[in-house]
Design a protein around this ligand. Structure first.
Ligand SMILES: [Zn+2]
Length: 122
């Protein structure tokens, strides 16, 4: 079990004694085994989810990601169990009606290509 330290608390709802089971052990970008840097955290309003903010320690990566944890009640209190890493989602670009009339598929294809470009690891 790991306890959060005061240095990583980013909101008032996340107490310093928040317990979680482990850190992610693989970077979702470079897919290498890592011991990521923890630099922040956020607890959902209803306390059911904990999100911890990480950075990959590898010099050839250094990308940021989120660890998502779910609340569980243990015999010695509340603990958050690691579920998965998140990369966030990418906002969709909107185009003018003129462009959409000229090419009805352009917006869809552009946004698919944009998401692939943003999420590429190399
Ligand atoms: Zn990495």
């Amino acid at each position: 079990m790991i306890k959060l330290t005061a240095g990583v608390i980013t909101n008032k709802r996340l107490p310093a004694n928040t317990n979680f089971d482990r850190h992610p052990d693989e970077c979702p970008f470079c897919h290498k085994g890592v011991q990521p840097f923890l630099f922040g955290g956020f607890l959902h309003n209803n306390l059911c989810k904990l999100w911890l903010f990480y950075a990959c320690p590898r010099a050839d990566c250094e990308r940021h990601f989120i660890g998502e944890y779910s609340q569980a009640i243990a015999s010695d209190g509340v603990i958050y169990h690691f579920e998965k890493t998140l990369l966030g989602n990418y906002g969709k670009m909107d185009f003018s009606e003129d462009i959409n009339k000229l090419s009805p598929d352009f917006s869809r294809i552009y946004n698919q290509a944009r998401q692939v470009r943003i999420s590429r690891t190399d």
